[in-house]
Ligand binder design. Structure first.
Ligand code: SF4
Length: 392
């Protein structure tokens, strides 16, 4: 039996199960890029002639999930590169989304954008539809590094993009950066951080470069053409980033994320808090409190499925209590807020302080976690090894 045709217990479509106290978030994936960056392992295609058929398929999928949740308080349009859509199409997509789903008037509405695409026309279209947050994929302020990464913008465009977004009235600006790039020393990385802070964004995401199979960068590495920083330098990148940004009034609220107070990403927090979310588009994931499902990756297959009246869901899984508990630990240890011991006990039936006493004592003595005000939290050193903390 084709897994995609298995009906769910609630009938079709699946309805959100409200187990978290947070409202659901809505994610829309735009899987198109002008060209592939050398390091990128995300699924996206460069054939933009498929955009009209894709948007039509997306509207069909939206119709399918109409009524999935009573309200959404976030909408996040990510990619790929959403800003490669013509501004009028992006505006229409957001308008149609708001017409299909009940998105609260004070919702956080984010669009990801490449600096090369940001101009007055795009920003005006975004503002007209109520977009109040823009996440700009800058990655570096060093033109040499940008060229090495295969990005299609330069430093000047990056600075201009942030300035233009602010002038257009989008106050909530996020910047994505990457560190640990071959040949990048600490001074160069700190110079990029300084430039970022000078632009005063509310949010900064700083990701460590990872090698993704099948990318040009991974191939260069395999041939010995490039060298990545060793573990000790990677740890220094992480700790220096945290220190520098906290010194500049950013809260290190998740392993890779920093924000001025009140500028934390409401949408991303849903992923970390096990809140429900609906994901639309190829490879998009949805979570309804216990069930996770995900769509097929290929754009063609996604379009064909929806044109034929089939759901593009590739597969789904029902998470067991144990899986939910482990995920909650894994996600909680990635955040500065940490794990609320009382809520964890109620939701997952485990008293961590009693059952993991010896392990927590050891981690606390090693300076990796702290227990304060009813929360089990990773320290900065703990966040650097967050994924292994979940193995307690
Ligand atoms: S723009 Fe983003 S999604 Fe597209 S190839 Fe580059 S890193 Fe990947």
């Amino acid at each position: 039996m084709d897994k995609r045709s298995i009906p769910n217990p609630a009938g079709n479509p699946l309805h959100a199960v409200q187990e978290s106290d947070e409202l659901p978030g809505l994610y829309i994936h735009i899987p198109f890029c002008v060209r592939k960056c050398a390091y990128c392992g995300f699924y996206s295609v460069t054939d933009r002639s498929q955009i009209p058929d894709y948007l039509e398929a997306l509207r069909r999928e939206m119709d399918f999930y109409r009524g999935w949740a009573a309200f959404f308080d976030t909408l996040y349009i990510g990619g790929g590169t959403p800003s490669v859509l013509p501004a009028a199409e992006l505006e229409k997509l957001i308008t149609d989304t708001r017409g299909t789903f009940a998105i609260l008037s004070d919702a956080e509405i984010t669009v990801e954008a490449n600096p090369a695409d940001i101009d007055a026309g795009l920003l005006t279209a975004l503002r007209r539809t109520g977009v109040n947050r823009i996440n700009i994929g800058i990655q570096s302020f060093d033109d040499g590094i940008l060229a090495f990464l295969g990005r299609r913008h330069d430093r000047e465009q990056a600075v201009a993009a942030v300035t233009a977004a602010r002038i257009a009235g989008i106050e909530n600006i996020g910047i994505d950066l990457i560190y640990g790039i071959p040949g990048q020393g600490m001074d160069a990385w700190l110079a990029t951080l300084r430039e970022a802070v000078a632009l005063n964004p509310g949010h900064l995401s700083c990701y460590q470069l990872t090698l993704e199979d099948g990318t040009p960068l991974a191939e260069q590495f395999r041939r010995g053409k490039v060298v990545l920083p060793d573990d000790s330098l990677q740890a220094d990148f992480f700790c220096n980033t945290s220190e520098f940004l906290e010194d500049n009034a950013y809260i290190h609220y998740e392993v890779s994320n920093f924000a001025r107070p009140g500028r934390e990403s409401r949408h991303n927090r849903k992923y970390w808090n096990h809140a429900p979310y609906l994901g639309l588009g190829p490879a998009a994931h949805s979570f309804s409190g216990r069930e996770r499902r995900w769509n097929r990756r290929a754009v063609n297959a996604y379009i064909d499925d929806l044109a034929s009246g089939r759901t593009p869901v590739e597969s789904r899984e029902i998470l067991s209590d144990k899986q939910l508990r482990l995920e909650a630990l894994f996600l909680g240890f990635r955040t500065r807020r940490g794990i609320c011991l009382e809520t964890f006990g109620i939701r997952y039936g485990q008293d961590l302080l009693t059952e993991k006493r010896d392990m927590l004592k050891r981690l606390s003595e090693e300076g990796l976690v702290e227990i304060r005000d009813g929360f089990l939290r990773p320290t900065r050193a703990g966040m650097a090894v967050a994924d292994s903390l979940a193995l307690i």
